[in-house]
Design a protein around this ligand. Structure first.
Ligand code: ADP
Length: 269
């Protein structure tokens, strides 16, 4: 304790205060470290497509006999890498904007969201030889932002189609989970290794980096899903066993029955 502070109160109180400060500083340090790591990972992800563009331009420039076909390939590379950069910057913006932002919630019909997502992704499923089906065991209204919830369910179904591959079945299941409505996205794809499961919702985590890149993934999809669902007062999780498949789930609080409570007085987290 500093001798400059003339503190007259009981010593216990002071220790309690010192301990509180200590744990606050510890949490702040951990939070700075997470931010630093995030910025470092994000810069790395942004540098990769930029380096690919640059290398391709340099190689073509240095070749005096480069053909029209080679220039066309160059343009195609630049186009796909630019698309990748666009997706990355959109995902990064979404992650940083939603962080701590208050999300407006309203009653949303889970069946309608699931139906929209399935209709939207049916062509992708068909092109990959994946059967996509709805198993609506309960039709629940939950409290959510319709756009953000749509985005989350879309993300899970998109992953299930892309990572399960030819011949797989992806089922979107709607369940009643007591105080919550539940959406499950089940696939019978390769599953996720046990050691990867605890990290699956981490920013930039991928089980197979090359595969994710080829699919145009940013490694931010599941992190976004988790942050958005939590911001809406819900929760997410996954069950998976290698060789059997994965089931990702989202739970959101049910909307109160009409007239049960004033919408304006709903508590938002
Ligand atoms: P990405 O942009 O790489 O798809 P995500 O955050 O959406 O990023 O997913 C992270 C990683 O989790 C993926 O790269 C993939 O390895 C794994 N993954 C996600 N969904 C599934 C699934 N349904 N089956 C198997 N692996 C999955």
């Amino acid at each position: 304790l500093s001798r400059r502070i003339n503190y007259q109160g009981p010593r216990d109180e002071l220790w309690a205060l010192a301990e509180t400060f200590d744990s606050m500083i510890g949490r702040l340090e951990a939070s700075f470290e997470r931010q630093r790591q995030f910025v470092q990972d994000a810069s790395h992800e942004l540098r990769t497509p930029l380096a690919a563009i640059r290398t391709n331009i340099e190689v073509t420039e240095m070749d005096p006999d480069a053909t029209l076909e080679e220039y066309r390939e160059l343009v195609a590379t630049i186009k796909s890498q630019t698309e990748r950069l666009t997706r990355l910057s959109e995902d990064l913006l979404l992650l940083t904007n939603e962080e701590g932002a208050r999300v407006e919630r309203e009653p949303v019909d889970l069946g309608a969201i699931a139906g929209d997502v399935i209709a939207e992704l049916q062509p992708l499923a068909a092109s990959r030889g994946v059967a996509l089906r709805l198993d609506a065991r309960a039709d629940t209204e939950v409290l959510a932002s319709p756009d953000l919830l749509h985005r989350c369910v879309l993300n899970l179904v998109d992953n299930a189609i892309k990572y399960s591959g030819e011949g797989a079945t992806v089922t979107v299941r709607l369940l009643d989970a007591g105080p919550s409505g539940r959406v499950e996205v089940e696939d019978n794809g390769p599953g996720i290794p046990a050691e990867a499961l605890p990290h699956i919702f981490d920013r930039f985590f991928r089980v197979d980096k090359g595969r994710s890149r080829r699919e145009g993934g940013t490694g931010l999809g599941l992190a976004i899903v988790q942050e958005l669902i939590r911001a809406m007062g819900g929760n997410v999780g996954v069950r998976s066993a290698p060789g059997t498949g994965s089931t990702f789930w989202i739970e959101l609080p049910k909307a109160p029955a009409p007239g049960a409570e004033e919408p304006g007085r709903l508590r938002s987290s």
